[in-house]
Write a new protein. Structure first.
Length: 131
C-alpha cells in the first residue's frame, strides 16, 4: 500500500508510532501497577489490537486504492477476526490471564487516537502561523 500524499503518510506514521508507544507504556505501567499477571493480560490485549489494527489498515488501504472489492481481502478480514477470537479464547480460558489487563490492552487504540488528536491539535496553530 503506497500512500502518495505526504500529509496522509505523515498522519499514518504518527498514528502507528503513537500506538506502539501506547502499547509499551500500557504494558510497562500494568507491570508496575499490577504485576506480571496484569501485564500479561495487557500484552495479550495489545497483541490482538495490533493484529486487528495493522491488518485492517492494510486491507482498507488496499480496498480504497484499488476501488474494488477483492474476495481475498474479505477472506483475510474474516481470518483476522478468527485469529483474534482464538487468541482471546486461549488467553482468557486456557491461560487464565487477567481479564482487566486484556481489556486495558484492547483499549489501546482509543488511547492512541486521543493522544494523536492532542498532538495534531497542538500542531495546528503553528502550521497556520507559517502560512
Amino acid at each position: 500500500m503506497k500512500i502518495k500524499d505526504p500529509t496522509d503518510r505523515k498522519r499514518l506514521v504518527v498514528l502507528n508510532t503513537s500506538l506502539l508507544v501506547i502499547f509499551a507504556l500500557l504494558v510497562l505501567g500494568s507491570y508496575w501497577f499490577g504485576g506480571v499477571d496484569f501485564a500479561k493480560g495487557t500484552l495479550v490485549g495489545c497483541i490482538v489490537v495490533a493484529i486487528n489494527f495493522f491488518v485492517s489498515q492494510r486491507l482498507v488501504g488496499n480496498l480504497i486504492l484499488e476501488k474494488s472489492l477483492n474476495p481475498i481481502l474479505v477472506i483475510a478480514y474474516l481470518a483476522k477476526l478468527g485469529v483474534s477470537i482464538l487468541i482471546l479464547f486461549i488467553a482468557v480460558i486456557k491461560l487464565q490471564v487477567d481479564v482487566v489487563g486484556v481489556m486495558l490492552g484492547l483499549s489501546s487504540v482509543l488511547f492512541s487516537s486521543i493522544a494523536t488528536a492532542f498532538v495534531r491539535k497542538q500542531s495546528e496553530p503553528q502550521d497556520e502561523l507559517k502560512s
